[in-house]
Write a protein that binds this ligand. Structure first.
Ligand SMILES: Nc1ncnc2c1ncn2[C@@H]1O[C@H](COP(=O)(O)OP(=O)(O)OP(=O)(O)O)[C@@H](O)[C@H]1O
Length: 217
């Protein structure tokens, strides 16, 4: 397997506060990696750097040439009065004038994420699991080959968690999607991920998920 991401001597400080210092790791194409670590360890900061939303203080990172990043946030920012349907929400980042091809692709992503039957439900009324799958469908519309999930299962019930993870697993197996999953749920990560990154005390460790033993909560 080739590397899809290589991080070298990455350092991030906010004023004098060091979040992490000289961290190094790489991710293989098609790998499923859990990004673990206590609250405030710097997981979101690292993701924001990788998504080019923040500049690191020092060091660098490089994605392989053909990488197309998708991002699935936690749904907490959706208000219950939010008016768009699930279908309209999924198409939000597509051009306003939707070609036949884009419409077809929206249908495809609705199916892929098991939302076809409830596509006209308002996002504000959808369950946590449905909202999360709509975010995933929205990200998939852009044809990513790597996806970052930021605590995407955090507020879901156990059934919705498994359903989302099964979809992620399917995307990995069928479409060779590389997955970086930020989570506090070690049991879920052990079930679905194959490697871990553990961020704590300004540094990072990497290993096989089945070998992860730290109990940091
Ligand atoms: N824009 C900012 N300015 C100053 N400090 C920041 C900023 N963003 C994050 N921090 C600090 O950097 C540290 C890492 O925060 P970050 O949100 O990346 O951690 P996290 O591992 O994602 O935490 P959690 O698991 O709670 O989401 C924290 O101490 C936080 O207060």
């Amino acid at each position: 397997m080739n590397d899809i991401l290589k991080v070298e001597n990455l350092t991030m400080k906010f004023d004098s506060k060091v979040v992490f210092k000289d961290i190094n790791f790489s991710l293989k194409k098609g790998s499923m990696t859990a990004l673990l670590g206590p609250n405030g360890a710097g997981k979101t900061t690292l993701i924001n750097i990788l998504m080019n939303l923040l500049d690191p203080t020092a060091g660098n990172y490089e994605f392989s040439d053909n990488v197309k990043l998708g991002y699935v946030p936690q749904f907490r920012n959706i208000d219950k009065d939010y008016p768009l349907s699930i279908k309209a929400f999924i198409g939000l980042n597509a051009p306003l004038f939707k070609t036949k091809e884009v419409k077809k692709q929206i249908e495809h992503e609705l199916q892929e994420t098991h939302l076809t039957a409830i596509q006209d439900t308002r996002m504000g009324k959808a369950s946590g699991g449905q909202k999360q799958r709509a975010y995933l469908a929205q990200a998939l519309l852009d044809h990513p080959n790597m996806i970052i999930l930021d605590e995407a299962t955090a507020s879901l019930d156990p059934v919705a968690k498994e359903e989302l993870m099964n979809l992620i697993d399917h995307l990995n197996k069928k479409h060779e999607m590389t997955v970086l999953f930020v989570t506090h749920d070690v049991a879920l990560a052990k079930k679905y991920m194959n490697t871990y990154l553990y961020l704590d005390h300004e540094s990072i460790q990497q290993g096989k998920m089945s070998d992860f033993e730290e109990d940091y909560e």
